[in-house]
Write a protein that binds this ligand. Structure first.
Ligand code: UDP
Ligand code: CA
Length: 283
């Protein structure tokens, strides 16, 4: 029988819905498993939800569930939408999914997958509640932006790596058993009082909590992004994130077209499936 693969994602805005369609297509092209995408309902446009997703799911053969969770009244609120989305990535992992779901992989909308994610889904992560990839350390030009190698973060991490939050596997059974959701929310409640804290909320929080909620560090090939990783390791990448480059500020669509031949193919494919004329640049 077929294996099951469960993917968790979020998208808000036209660009990210387009990127997410491509991410979904890339996942489906690489796996034989039965795939369910768990998508956060709160931020998707009606057109994407009611028109595009049903067509894509029928065409590519995946299932999807729209999930939502009301931000608890007692938990500090975020005022910027981007930060609210980051909150949903990390703060409610114990309550977003049905209790019988044992594992889920979060994938950033702006990612391209080049391998069967089932390999990651089934990985032994030594009893940790989740697994992330440490930031690459092999692109010297960007050294000045590696804030985790200095000051507060260097002291706090005590030799543990600082991980990127674009892709992570959650063992929901272990996560719930450790009460990791409560621990993360409690720490968020403390740190979010200071507006200068948690500037990359979804990434800073799990990295900050590593001593209490351990992270299994995944091999580097699981996540490549040009900003932090060298060109030498590009060909081995299992997933690629179109992450922001603070030095060049190059647009995601430009990075995608420059770096990933399959990106344009997937984009055209989706346009044809949705019966839309291919558009050079919708934004
Ligand atoms: N996101 C979104 N809409 C936005 C910004 C972010 O849906 O306007 C979601 C999306 O899933 C995205 C994730 O938040 O993949 C992280 O943001 P992004 O990938 O832009 O961060 P970067 O990789 O540039 O650091
Ligand atoms: Ca990203």
């Amino acid at each position: 029988s077929k294996k099951s693969l469960n993917i968790f994602a979020v998208a808000s805005g036209h660009l990210y819905e387009r990127l997410m369609s491509i991410m979904i297509t890339s996942v489906m092209k690489q796996t034989q498993s039965h795939v369910t995408f768990w998508l956060i309902d709160n931020f998707m446009s009606p057109k994407f939800k009611n028109v595009f997703l049903p067509i894509l799911s029928a065409k590519l053969g995946f299932e999807y569930r729209l999930i939502s969770y009301k931000w608890p009244y007692w938990l500090n609120k975020e005022t910027v939408k981007q930060r609210t989305i980051w909150g949903y990535k990390i703060l409610f992992l114990d309550v977003l999914f049905p209790m019988d779901l044992e594992r889920v992989i979060f994938v950033d909308a702006d990612q391209i997958v080049r391998t069967d994610l089932q390999q990651l889904y089934d990985m032994n992560i030594n009893g940790a509640p989740y697994a992330y990839v440490p930031f690459c350390n092999d692109r010297p030009e960007i050294e000045g932006f590696r804030f985790w190698n200095h000051g507060y973060w260097k002291d706090h991490l005590r030799g543990k790596p600082y991980h990127i939050s674009a892709l992570y596997l959650v063992d929901l059974t272990v996560f719930r058993k450790l009460l990791a959701g409560d621990k993360l929310r409690a720490q968020y409640q403390q740190l979010s009082v200071d507006k200068n804290s948690l500037s990359n909320l979804d990434q800073d929080l799990p990295n900050n909590m590593q001593h209490l909620v351990p992270i299994f560090s995944l091999p580097p090939e699981w996540l490549w992004c040009e900003t932090w990783c060298s060109s030498k390791t590009f060909k081995n990448a299992k997933t690629i994130d179109l992450c922001n480059n603070p030095m060049t500020k190059e647009k995601k669509l430009d990075v995608a077209r420059r770096l990933l031949p399959e990106w344009t193919q997937y984009d055209n494919y989706i346009h044809s499936v949705l019966n839309k004329a291919p558009v050079k640049d919708e934004l």
